[in-house]
Design a binder for this molecule. Structure first.
Ligand code: RRO
Length: 339
């Protein structure tokens, strides 16, 4: 059986043999309204405390540093947009090079550059005029610092970055410990009245333990996964390429890891799982949803342009129409299809 890939991007043209779905068991006739106009299935959904017009969101980190670029993602069809992570004080980030292209994706060590939450509210307001929920990604080195930012920033939801793999004192340095995941989540829940999502690290032996900790802390959803800790070396000089030596791998190369993490989390948690990691076409989104994701986020694929949102949404809607299924029907389908 060959893996799903994005080489055929035409909406609805899923190769059922290739992805292991039994065509006969779920393939149903088209639904038509009066005449011959098909009713396109709704992609609207409620996930982690937010109403979304569709389940395809802009992931944190890519194009999330300005209100204008977030607004543009909304205008291009994203169901919601997540900002670049902001902290309590301005940061320049790591020394360059901060990003390098590798087989199957990108390796970055931006190092959480941001102007601080105090100087970011204006960008969020611009993004909000795009008409979709704006989720502020925030980071801190303690529960107190996370709560301070959540009190000072207005957004439609918060996504707690407990998973950046290459920043001292931040991200996965806290997020790999279940007790810290629980206490940070609980502190932000107590400090804010908007939904709280927790972005988890895959750089751990058991991601479900971290997801359960977020759930105990009161999270409205978990987001899986952040980048995988990785490195690249220049073989002429022997130097590590990134200024920080270590970075985070994103893109197609990490999609199977992300699908596995989403699947494990969906099997263990009662709160929704939002899938992210290598989603670049509607087939990828579908695979993530079948693993148990209630929504997906798109990051690295934005390199190919903002059109990816429309492309994924059109493909998902066509697929649902062809199968006479809803998003709910396919969410976690692979758990119900297991051998
Ligand atoms: O800024 C970064 O270097 C960064 C962050 Br905040 C993150 O969460 N994940 C990542 O790969 N890079």
């Amino acid at each position: 059986m060959s893996p799903i890939n994005c080489s055929d991007r035409s909406p609805g043209s899923i190769r059922t043999e290739a992805n292991g779905i039994e065509e006969n068991s779920i393939n149903k006739p088209f639904i038509f309204s009066s005449g011959s106009i098909a009713i396109m299935p709704s992609l609207s959904t409620h996930v982690g405390g937010l109403d979304l017009k569709n389940p395809v969101l802009l992931a944190a980190g890519i194009l999330g540093t300005t209100g204008a670029s977030l607004h543009r993602a909304a205008a291009a069809g994203a169901g919601g947009v997540v900002t670049k992570s902001v902290g309590s004080v301005p940061r320049d980030g790591h020394p360059g090079p901060t990003i390098v292209s590798v087989t199957g994706g990108l390796l970055n060590a931006m190092g959480l550059p941001n102007p601080s939450y105090r100087d970011f509210q204006g960008e969020i307001e611009i993004a909000r005029s795009g008409g979709v929920p704006v989720i502020a990604s925030i980071f801190g080195s303690s529960a107190v610092e996370f709560a301070q930012i959540a009190r000072g920033l207005k957004a439609d939801a918060f996504e707690l970055n407990l998973s950046c793999p290459h920043a001292e004192k931040y991200g996965s340095e806290l997020g790999r410990y279940p007790d810290l995941v629980e206490s940070v989540t609980g502190a932000v829940k107590a400090a804010s009245d908007v939904p709280v999502w927790v972005k988890l690290t895959p750089n751990t032996a058991d991601i479900s333990e971290l997801g359960l900790a977020a759930q105990r802390g009161g999270a409205d959803a978990v987001v899986a996964i952040n980048t995988l800790k990785a490195m690249a070396i220049d073989i002429e000089s022997g130097y590590p390429i990134l200024g920080n030596r270590f970075g985070g791998l994103s893109g197609a190369a990490i999609k199977p890891v992300a699908v596995r993490c989403v699947y494990e989390l969906a099997g263990s948690l009662d709160i929704p799982v939002i899938g992210v990691g290598g989603v670049s076409c509607w087939q990828d989104a579908l695979e993530m949803i079948m693993a148990g994701a209630s929504a997906v986020q798109v990051g690295t694929a934005l390199i190919g342009g903002y059109g990816v949102f429309e492309e994924i949404n059109t493909g998902l809607a066509s697929y649902l129409e062809r199968k006479s299924m809803t998003l709910k029907d396919i969410c976690g389908l692979s758990w119900r299809r297991r051998n």
